[in-house]
Design a protein around this ligand. Structure first.
Ligand code: PLP
Length: 400
């Protein structure tokens, strides 16, 4: 493949070289199983301990509260299923939002089939939940609130500290899917009253297939996997030592460079947003204008299909993502874009561009220049656009 312009960092990130170098010794040199008794095992165990401390520090938690998993989806499944199970004598009601990742939504739907009741909170046009609606949704039998820290499609950051406060005041557990937020914005388990938090290595320049669940000390939760005594009897399976070491290194780097990275990415994002809104007509920015992830920009372009845009961008080596998911052969508009109130046809014409700290202004300028042409070309072929322009002319509206 020729040089690519990678603007899909919400899907995954490139592993940093420091992370790779930190991992390498744990494949062929210190390859021991950390659970064993001999000294050689102790070396791997020490590396895991260091990683656990690094991962905990990034969210101001204690190392003993971190449980390594196989990624964000596993952590979400574990948190929700196991908390529901552990607190079932209290009740069978869960509160979540309509814009969660499928790892949360589909887990909640699974529990509904098992007899749990789930309230799906609405969001406003920016993608923010209503704290009042949250308060009034809490019932005596509510056992869990699960609301994401930041949305993976539109980048909106939820009022996590306020949600945590409400949960705590009402004696309800609070889980947050922080997979997009962890390592990208500051998090504080204590100050935000978080009981359970999911994160994943590959969303912060770490390796794929490793994640963690933060479980606040004192929170009861059943294991998801049964077997050996790893992770204090809560998550069986030989530890993915190299992956864990890489995740730890990625967390340490994210902490060291967060401020710098945020400033850089925010400036790039604003440049991108400004140009696109100014140069492409009938276009809107999705997600909260300011309370959003530094690297996320999400747009809807009227009269076109997101998929067609992606294909044309791909021909130029540009990796992006649209707001449609191809499920069972049909193109469904994203549940997130529908939840913020976009009509189907506008949700279909959406484009998500998520930057990294390696993204350059030159790359973004190239993308915008090409996007202007692509949107123009696709609209020329669109009967909807033609009808719209005709109707505007008939109204004598020349300023469209
Ligand atoms: C990527 C993502 C997940 C899934 O994480 P994996 O490690 O890929 O399983 C869950 N939630 C959100 C918000 C994500 O962005």
């Amino acid at each position: 493949m020729d040089k690519i312009i990678y603007l899909d960092n919400a899907a995954t990130t490139k592993m940093s070289e420091e992370v790779l170098n930190a991992m390498l010794p744990y494949f062929r040199e210190t390859y021991s199983n950390p659970s064993a008794i001999y000294t050689f095992a102790g070396e791997a165990q020490k590396a895991v301990d260091t990683a656990r401390a690094q991962v905990a520090k990034l969210m101001k938690a204690n190392a003993e509260e971190i449980y390594f998993t196989g990624g964000g989806s596993e952590s979400d499944n574990w948190a929700i299923k196991a908390a529901a199970e552990a607190y079932r004598e209290k009740g069978r009601h869960i509160i979540t939002s309509k814009i969660e990742h499928h790892a949360v939504l589909h887990t909640c739907q699974y529990l509904e089939k098992q007899g749990w009741e789930v309230t799906y909170l609405d969001v406003d046009e920016n993608g923010t939940i209503s704290l009042d609606e949250l308060r009034t949704s809490i019932r005596p039998d509510t056992v869990l609130i699960s609301v994401m820290t930041a949305n993976n499609e539109i980048g909106t950051i939820e009022p996590v500290a306020e949600i945590g406060k409400i949960a705590r005041e009402n004696g309800v557990l609070f889980h947050t899917d922080a997979v997009q937020a962890y390592g990208h914005i500051p998090l504080d388990a204590e100050a935000m009253n978080i009981d359970l938090l999911s994160a994943s290595g590959h969303k912060l320049n770490g390796p794929k297939g490793v994640g963690m669940l933060y479980i606040r000390k004192g929170v009861r939760i059943h294991p998801l996997l049964h077997g050996g005594a790893q992770e204090r009897n809560r998550r069986a399976g030989t530890l993915n030592v190299a992956g864990i070491v890489g995740f730890g290194k990625a967390a340490a780097l994210a902490e060291a460079y967060m401020e710098e990275k945020t400033a850089r990415e925010t400036a790039l994002r604003e440049h991108l947003i400004k140009r696109i809104l100014a140069e492409i007509p009938f276009c809107r920015l999705n997600g909260h204008r300011t309370s959003r992830l530094p690297n996320n920009a999400n747009f809807s372009f009227r009269f076109i299909e997101g998929e067609s845009m992606l294909i044309m961008l791909d021909q130029l080596g540009i990796c992006a993502s649209s707001g449609s998911a191809c499920t069972s052969g049909a193109l469904d508009p994203s549940h997130v874009l529908l939840a913020i109130g976009l009509p189907h046809e506008i949700a279909h014409g959406s484009l998500r561009l998520t930057l990294s700290d390696e993204t350059t202004t030159k790359e973004l300028d190239f993308v915008v220049d090409e996007l202007v042409k692509i949107v123009g070309r696709l609209r020329e072929m669109s009967p909807l656009y033609e009808d719209f322009m005709k109707s505007q002319e008939e109204k004598g509206n020349t300023n469209v």
